[in-house]
Design a protein around this ligand. Structure first.
Ligand SMILES: NC(=O)c1ccc[n+]([C@@H]2O[C@H](COP(=O)([O-])OP(=O)(O)OC[C@H]3O[C@@H](n4cnc5c(N)ncnc54)[C@H](O)[C@@H]3O)[C@@H](O)[C@H]2O)c1
Length: 361
């Protein structure tokens, strides 16, 4: 992968992409003062930490008690705060978050709140975290089954993207990350969407895709770091998608959906609502429905789940005055912010999804 450095946070932080990015980053930390704590989860400590262990200057290691969404909670955060306290970390010291979106969201939150904020770096190890979660400075944890209920906006000092980490990732996790890439295309890049829609399955080479996804994400987050305006475009698919994800989080692990799998359902439902409001054509909706079902299959969400998913949408943190705020599509490659959804809209789209949109075809 060709070396490239992108600016973020008005030049205060950087995204490093390229074959040497990881080694260069580790070497650069040797030149800074202060202690370093690396945060991993039980999978990334096995699959990814060995690649940095010898390169990083003297550091401590903290491994979360479990992997995946269930780790994104206040108890795991307290364990990180405790560890930082025991090791005597102060504002001159830093955290390196080595993992997927759960580690970057949780580790970023722990760092941004410990002693009112210490420096942190993200080294994303999943497609989802490289293409999306590690970029843009949103940190957070889940609370009472609601996604990202507590969090902060705080950019890492650097994001270091090393695509070889993807080699140990399961195909299911790769697909999950691809959902956020497709979302970036749907809101911002119609030509990339058409190329993705023409494929029979997943792309083969991720380097260029990660690079383009990072640039799209930065386009929105740099212009609007705290989501007052255009950054809301990135929420396309996430109003209904987060509610679907939250609903299934309460199920046994085997029945849960991965983040991207839930967002894929949310994108189809919100594209359907865009079509119902005559913002996009039936052809555009069909392209979205067919492409997403080709990659993710058609999930049987079950009619009995729909009222509960609707109720979870009413808790979404973007809502105002009890109304559900969503980003809809205006066309493939463009979006419309601040569209207000009523409960019957949300439930109707989920019912139509669960039946495979029989009235349209
Ligand atoms: N902050 C943001 O802007 C933002 C944006 C999108 C998503 N997110 C959040 O990101 C999270 C999802 O991220 P995710 O999909 O990366 O999940 P994740 O962090 O749970 O990682 C998925 C799984 O892959 C394992 N794993 C990670 N890297 C690996 C590797 N290289 N090899 C083998 N296994 C590896 C993990 O241990 C985990 O089991 C969600 O909580 C979501 O809310 C945040």
């Amino acid at each position: 992968m060709q070396e490239e450095t992108l600016e973020m946070d008005s030049g205060k932080g950087k995204v490093y992409l390229g074959d040497n990015s990881l080694a260069d980053f580790c070497t650069s930390l040797a030149g800074i003062s202060g202690k370093i704590l690396v945060v991993c989860d039980p999978n990334t400590v096995r699959a990814c930490y060995p690649a940095v262990a010898d390169l990083l200057p003297g550091h401590g290691l903290h491994t979360l008690g479990l992997a995946g969404e269930e780790a994104k909670n206040i108890l795991e955060c307290v364990k990180i705060w405790n560890r930082l306290t025991e090791l005597g970390f102060d504002r001159g010291d830093c955290l390196v978050n080595l993992g997927g979106g759960v580690v970057t969201d949780l580790g970023g939150f722990a760092a941004s709140t410990y002693k009112r904020g210490i420096r942190f770096y993200h080294v994303p190890t999943t497609l989802l975290a490289m293409a999306d979660a590690a970029i843009g400075g949103k940190t957070g944890i889940n609370l009472q089954g609601f996604k990202n209920q507590v969090g902060s906006f705080q950019n890492p000092k650097a994001v270091v993207i090393h695509p070889p980490f993807l080699e140990s990732l399961s195909e299911r996790e790769i697909r999950s990350g691809y959902a956020e890439v497709l979302k970036h295309y749907l809101i911002h890049d119609a030509s990339a969407w058409r190329n993705a829609a023409a494929l029979l399955d997943l792309p083969m080479n991720w380097d260029g895709i990660v690079r383009s996804a990072v640039k799209i994400k930065l386009h929105f987050t740099e212009a609007d770091p705290t989501e007052k305006g255009i950054r809301k475009a990135l929420n396309f698919g996430h109003t209904i998608g987060h509610a679907v994800e939250s609903y299934f989080l309460a199920k046994p692990i085997g029945a849960q959906l991965l983040h991207g799998e839930a967002i894929a359902i949310g994108m189809v439902c919100e594209a359907y609502l865009s079509m119902q409001r005559q913002l996009i054509s039936l052809d555009a909706f069909t392209s979205i429905w067919e492409t997403i079902s080709k990659v993710f299959g058609r999930v049987d969400i079950g009619a009995e789940t729909i009222p509960d998913i609707g109720k979870i949408c009413l808790q979404d943190k973007k809502n105002e005055g009890g109304r559900v705020n969503a980003t809809l599509l205006q066309d493939i490659g463009s979006y419309l912010l601040d569209q207000w959804l009523e409960l019957p809209d949300i439930e109707g789209s989920l019912v139509a999804y669960s039946k495979g949109f029989p009235t349209l075809y």
